[in-house]
Design a protein around this ligand. Structure first.
Ligand code: GDP
Ligand code: IMO
Ligand code: MG
Length: 424
């Protein structure tokens, strides 16, 4: 299998970083195509923990080329921090990291309005990461965004930045009483960052296709997840990009017909950070057990993640949209120690059984999960390397999910470290 995509099947934080790290060892090029520093992908190697926000997680492998695609939105200070951390740890970025000249730049007023609008929306807030993602994509869609290439065109940059700062000061001053943003300060910072990232910038659309022609293999690393997709997710409690399969192509210029395998990443249970409906959420002891045992705290914001049982209705929907050829089931070890483990097989909404994931959150919010209950297991499974060696109850649980999703669960993660993985 040459070209592989890895996509979150639930509400994010499924363990994409860990699976990307595992697959990337046999891959030439890893590409991120959407989202920005809202993502937090964790890779743990020899007790060293890396959290990637913008740079593709596969960069840890020294032969991998890493590409930040055209569909991403870039927080430049964050990007430089990540580059510095990698370099400090002996991971070279020169000649291996490429940044699309079409990617959009997140500016200080994007972050400001993201945080401020959340603050004043009270109960109606989305629970964003506050990284300016939505406002940066708003400017992109409104065709006023600043792209990486613009940083090197004085006149275009001046015109766009003056307009952007002017609008921000006018609007946010009135709405939120914002202290005026300084064009000169932002322009000065951008000029400094433009110099720093210059060696990495490229027309990655052509670069990717040149690499394809030269026979290199690809791993498309999804960020966020299908139920957070702006079109397919629990709108408006979603992110502002297409975080299911389509976004991987529009955000990179990689030819969709060259993809050989699409792996859906699912946690063995379910989590969500931020607001929005979550039918299988557990607010009592079970939720707390999963949060503590699974260390369910956001890799980007540190917020506690909401925890609950595996939801087959959402998972089936996710499989349908992405056409997963395989599934990686992660964090199975976290379930060890529960007396019983439940799987949601359908929803009851206003006395009717529903098997299709609702398009409206007002309906989803009324969903009562119908559960199938499995006997739990107690064993520590972290070092198990063979599927057959898993506790019989765990095997039953996995086979049931596999059967219902009609998709092979070919990878099972049993701990956060690189080596905690079962290949089937
Ligand atoms: P991503 O955004 O999908 O890459 O996932 P995150 O990195 O945000 O969150 C996943 C968390 O679970 C990280 O802390 C990982 O180190 C951890 N993790 C990944 N796989 C496993 C696993 O199989 N078991 C356990 N216990 N932790 C895991
Ligand atoms: P990874 O790639 C989990 C969530 C936020 C919020 C909503 C909108 O690590 O899986 P945004 O800042 O994007 O406008 O926030 O989306 N969210 C994530 N949740 N994992 C992520 O990324 C997320 N990126 C955004 O919590 O509910
Ligand atoms: Mg994450």
């Amino acid at each position: 299998m040459k070209n592989i995509a890895v996509i979150g099947g639930q509400w994010g934080d499924e363990g994409k970083g860990k699976i990307v790290d595992y697959i990337a060892k046999n891959i030439d090029v890893v590409v991120r195509s959407q989202g920005g520093a809202n993502a937090g992908h964790t890779v743990i190697v020899n007790d060293k923990k890396y959290i990637f926000h913008l740079i593709p997680s596969g960069i840890i492998h020294e032969n991998v080329k890493a590409i930040i695609g055209n569909g991403m939105v870039l927080d430049l200070p964050e990007l430089m921090d990540e580059i510095r951390i990698l370099n400090k740890n002996g991971i070279k970025t020169a000649g291996r990291l490429f940044i699309s000249n079409r990617a959009h730049i997140t500016l200080p007023f994007h972050k400001y309005v993201d945080q401020q609008s959340e603050k004043i929306s009270g109960k109606k807030k989305i629970g964003t990461t506050g990284r300016g993602i939505g406002p940066t994509y708003m400017d992109k869609i409104a065709r006023v965004g600043i792209r990486v290439a613009d940083l090197y065109d004085k006149n275009v940059l001046k015109e766009k930045l003056e307009a952007g700062v002017g609008k921000a000061n006018e609007l946010y001053g009135r709405l939120y009483g914002a202290i005026p943003f300084s064009y000169y300060e932002i322009a000065g910072d951008l000029a400094a960052y433009a110099d720093m990232i210059k060696p990495y910038t490229a027309d990655t659309v052509f670069l990717i296709n040149k690499f394809v022609k030269n026979g290199l293999s690809f791993l498309l690393e999804g960020a966020q997840a299908t139920l957070l997709d702006v079109d397919f997710g629990t709108y408006p409690y979603v992110t502002s990009s297409n975080s299911s399969i389509g976004g991987l192509f529009t955000g990179s210029g990689f030819n969709p017909f060259l993809l050989d395998k699409t792996i859906g990443i699912f946690k063995a249970y379910c989590t969500r950070v931020g607001e929005g409906p979550f039918p299988t959420e557990q607010n009592g002891d079970t939720g707390e057990f999963l949060r503590q045992k699974g260390y369910e705290f956001g890799a980007t914001t540190g917020r506690p993640r909401r925890c609950g049982f595996f939801d087959l209705v959402g998972a089936k929907y996710s499989c349908m949209i992405n056409g997963f050829s395989d599934i990686a089931l992660t964090k199975l070890d976290v379930l060890s120690g529960l007396e019983s483990v439940s799987v949601c097989t359908g929803y009851e909404i206003e006395d009717k059984r529903i098997d299709e994931f609702p398009s409206q959150i007002s309906i989803l919010a009324k969903a009562k999960p119908i559960y199938k209950i499995f006997e739990g297991w107690n064993d520590n499974i972290r070092d198990i390397k063979q599927f057959d060696a898993l506790p019989v109850q765990a095997k039953k649980y996995i086979k049931y999910i596999e059967d219902k999703l009609k998709t092979n669960i070919s990878l099972i993660a049993t701990g956060p470290e690189r080596q905690n993985l079962i290949e089937r």
